[in-house]
Design a binder for this molecule. Structure first.
Ligand SMILES: O=C(O)CCC(=O)C(=O)O
Ligand SMILES: [Fe+2]
Length: 415
């Protein structure tokens, strides 16, 4: 267990303001920046998280990571070690050669079988084998005591995993291990809930193709369907992809071993493993992108409602739409409200009772950071409770604790 000293505090100068209009269309402010792992937290926060700009962090990110010292041997995955320790786990594996709707076909297999396959595949003696990619393995949830990495401080303010890892009723979080052979890849997408993501290569290298928010419209066919592979020649077919010619900004970047990449909210991306690669990856949301998450929850509800419009007169239609929203988007309004109140109450408790908030990686949340979180949260909560969809839902009509009270308690710290 790490001791919590001053150096473990992540803190902000207030007010936080972004340096520029980061995602302005077709400007070179969208270029991926490089920064060193000694950059001040406040600077990283302002430039990249609040500014919603991509970057690669180089330097000492993976220093002392157990995943590096134990899982890697001579720069390659230590197959026998990984197999002996975790081989009996069931893990999710995608077939990179098989498109299923607009994603890769996935199934669960035993890790030992996957590792055997991988070694065969890499030995090239089985050119008939499909390219399989182990992705979205909830490793930390499966092995909370293993501590194979320390979340870098820049990514420690993570409301999403703070909420899901505290919630015992459902076993779900957004902390993953990815591993796959050279050539495995992930099709074009934006992340769940328009969350941020960070990813660190424990071994191997990745090629990333990034598109700033809005550019994905140029990568949709005339029915609004996003292309599966952003490098496919069919994009040139103007009849199919009429807006492709308007594409004006994309970024290609190589992420080396030991480097962290930060992918901002709403940036579409496609990824290739250039070598046999193992990476750690989190999706996350915090005070910088909570409004974006709320906007995308609303957009998704609108899309659901449009889809089932013909049953509008059915009793309980609004509640039914919420069920579909949960299934399609991964969250509905009630869950979102529970998420906001969990984060808000935890921070208020900490201010009232002078209690520490310890985040992943044993980083401690500074007081200004807590205030920033509360201010952002309040803003979203106010629009959430005014929303007509929210007000029509049963859970909201029957709340035990009124949200206005929470808002008042937050405001108390801003007078
Ligand atoms: O590494 C990959 O294959 C995909 C990672 C990704 O999409 C992400 O980190 O958001
Ligand atoms: Fe992603």
């Amino acid at each position: 267990m790490l001791k919590v000293g001053m150096s473990n505090i992540i803190e902000l100068e207030i007010p936080v303001t972004s340096e520029s209009d980061s995602n302005a269309k077709c400007t070179n402010t969208n270029k991926v920046s490089y920064t060193n792992a000694d950059i001040q937290y406040n600077d990283f926060f302002k430039r990249y998280l609040y500014g919603n700009r991509p970057c690669i962090v180089r330097g000492s990110i993976t220093e002392n990571w157990k995943s590096v010292s134990e899982w890697i041997s001579d720069g390659r995955p230590h197959f026998s070690y990984i197999c002996q320790k975790f081989g009996n786990m069931k893990v999710p594996v995608a077939n990179c050669d098989e498109k299923y709707y607009n994603v890769q076909k996935k199934s669960d297999i035993q890790l030992s079988d996957y590792l055997k396959y991988w070694q065969n595949y890499s030995s090239k003696s089985h050119s008939d084998l499909p390219c399989l990619y182990l992705k979205d393995w909830h490793f930390t949830q499966d092995f909370p005591e293993e501590n194979i990495y320390r979340t870098p401080k820049y990514f420690a303010s993570d409301w999403l995993n703070e909420y899901y890892s505290a919630k015992t009723s459902i076993r779900d979080d957004y902390r993953f291990v990815y591993m796959g052979p050279k050539g495995s890849w992930t099709p074009l997408h934006a992340d769940v809930f328009t969350s941020f993501s960070w990813s660190v290569n424990v071994c191997g290298r990745k090629r990333w193709l990034l598109f700033p928010p809005g550019e994905e419209l140029c990568l949709q066919d005339r029915f609004g369907q996003l292309i599966y592979d952003a490098t496919a020649p069919e994009l040139q077919d103007e009849k199919k992809y009429p807006r492709y010619k308007e594409l004006c900004s994309s970024e290609e970047i190589i992420q080396e071993t030991g480097e962290a990449i930060f992918i901002p909210s709403g940036w579409h991306h496609q990824v290739w493993n250039l070598e046999d690669t193992i990476s750690i990856n989190h999706n996350w949301v915090n005070g910088c992108n909570i409004e974006t998450m709320w906007a995308s929850l609303k957009d998704n509800l609108m899309a659901v409602k449009k889809e089932v419009e013909d049953c509008k007169d059915m009793e309980g239609w609004d509640e039914h739409c919420q069920l579909i929203l949960q299934a399609m988007f991964g969250m509905n309004y009630e869950e979102f409200y529970s998420f906001l109140t969990f984060i808000g109450n935890k921070r208020l408790d900490s201010l009232r009772e002078n209690k520490l908030i310890l985040l992943f990686g044993n980083w401690q949340l500074g007081r200004n950071h807590i205030l920033f979180d509360l201010e952002q949260l309040k803003r979203v909560l106010i629009t959430f409770i005014k929303d007509t969809d929210t007000r029509s839902l049963n859970f909201f009509k029957n709340l035990d604790n009124q949200p206005e009270q929470l808002i008042k308690e937050i405001e108390h710290y801003f007078v």
